[in-house]
Design a protein around this ligand. Structure first.
Ligand SMILES: CC(C)(COP(=O)(O)OP(=O)(O)OC[C@H]1O[C@@H](n2cnc3c(N)ncnc32)[C@H](O)[C@@H]1OP(=O)(O)O)[C@@H](O)C(=O)NCCC(=O)NCCS
Length: 173
């Protein structure tokens, strides 16, 4: 049986196998510690009965006024545990936490080439709000889709109305 529980500092020493995935961003330790300190409820891990890390989600709540929203910073599932609904379950938890915080929407950034993830987010009710030019830097820079899903507080789904033009990273609020 899968256990979903809060991510702890010790998990940082065990998540290498999951993070080896090229589409999973790995950040410096202070970055993870900041999330653990500020938004521990948004950092959840899925663990197998033998204690193996199956996947995790890391997020936060930010913004002001009608831009108050939940944000998915990282979502990853180890290859051997994919297609059993773990990512959908972790996303659902993040959305429920955002609902209790009275957020207007949940958003995330995803590489435009990451078709599996883009399709999955579409299936979970997310749509592309805007394209962010060269959001990801690397050997070859890549654009991101900023995808959003309105929560119950945004009844008119205003937060999801797509921008008609792409933006640059320095234009992000
Ligand atoms: C994207 C990712 C998180 C999906 O995790 P997962 O646990 O396998 O996803 P789920 O089992 O919850 O799938 C939910 C739905 O997404 C879609 N989906 C997920 N993986 C898919 C795949 N490989 N091919 C087609 N559809 C897929 C399906 O519609 C699926 O529902 P279904 O199985 O009922 O058809 C996982 O592939 C991953 O960790 N990828 C690398 C990291 C990454 O890209 N993270 C997102 C960056 S923003």
């Amino acid at each position: 049986m899968t256990t979903i529980r809060p991510f702890t500092c010790e998990d940082l020493f065990k998540f290498n196998k999951v993070n080896l995935d090229p589409l999973t961003e790995t950040y410096g330790l202070p970055f993870y510690m900041q999330y653990l300190a500020h938004w521990p409820e948004y950092f959840q891990i899925a663990e197998s009965p033998s204690g193996e890390i199956m996947g995790y989600i890391m997020g936060k709540a930010e913004g002001s006024g009608e831009l108050w929203h939940g944000h998915v910073t990282a979502l990853t599932v180890a290859p051997e545990f994919r297609r059993i609904g773990l990512a959908a379950q972790l996303m659902n938890i993040l959305e429920e936490i955002s609902e209790t915080k009275r957020c207007f929407f949940v958003d995330l950034f995803v590489r435009v080439s990451n078709k599996v993830a883009v399709d999955m987010y579409n299936k979970l009710g997310y749509t592309v709000y805007r394209r962010v030019i060269e959001y990801y830097s690397g050997e070859e820079d890549e654009d991101a889709f900023d995808m959003r899903k309105a929560l119950s507080r945004d009844q008119d789904k205003k937060s999801m109305v797509p921008l008609p033009h792409p933006v640059r990273p320095d234009e992000l609020e």
